[in-house]
Design a protein around this ligand. Sequence first.
Ligand SMILES: [Mn+2]
Length: 293
Amino acid sequence: MKNTFIGFFKADDVEAIDDKESVFLFGVPFERVKATRGGSKKAPEALRKQSLEFSGISTDFDINEEKTNFYDLGNIHPIKQKREIGKIWKKSVETNSKILVLGGDHSITYDTLINAPWDKDTALIWIDAHADLADEYPPGIFKSHGTVFTNLKEELELKKEQMLFIGGHAYTLTSTEFHKIQKENTTNYISTQKLLENKGEGLETLREFASRFKTIYLSIDADALDQAFVPTVATMEPFGITPSVLVEILNILLPKSKYVDFVELGYTRTNKIALNFGVGLIFRILEIWSNKS
Ligand SMILES: [Mn+2]
């Protein structure tokens, strides 16, 4: 790690941290299967570097004032350093801290959440253009960014009642995923179409879902946003949500979110729109966490 995210202290050893209500940030620069253009493994370092272009100060929030308890734990390899992820979860429980993860492709959500504490009062919510509920993707591969929520559901024995998928506007879902959502009721879902056409009702459904849980684990795939906002992600999709709708969703979910990850962020040397959006999104998350919870 060359730079820490602006406003964060570099911390090499999570076990040495004793501050209560901290934020633990770490990167997982990892792509499990090359099925699409890829590039998201470069995002953690790029987001940190791009964050230095910002002051971290808005009218309502000054990240520098939080500096005592924002820790950047560096990058973690999800397989070789599996134990590190366990240590971070343990410390987050002991200190009532939150975890913010920069992916990597969407498969890293499996690695971080398979090590998380779970109970019936904990919900898994993901915002994504795609359901990521395939049984195998690509064919013959059972663990990838396309199967992550099937893997978590099966291995953690999660119930439908504690799963909510927001998005799904892409016309590239598999028929297995369509079937799981529409016929088998594998997960609760709020479609992007519904959210944009009747936002009030969509957000009310979301509020009602969130009210049933003590803890939320939230995963945000960059491609949930309309392609105009993230034109360099590997699987950009039209008809996605806007940043302001995303913030409305975050305002509802973040007060209960102990864990947030942001994955699948691709950028190029000449087009940093998605990257800059990613930095702004992280600031928004920190701002909402600091003000409302
Ligand atoms: Mn995804």
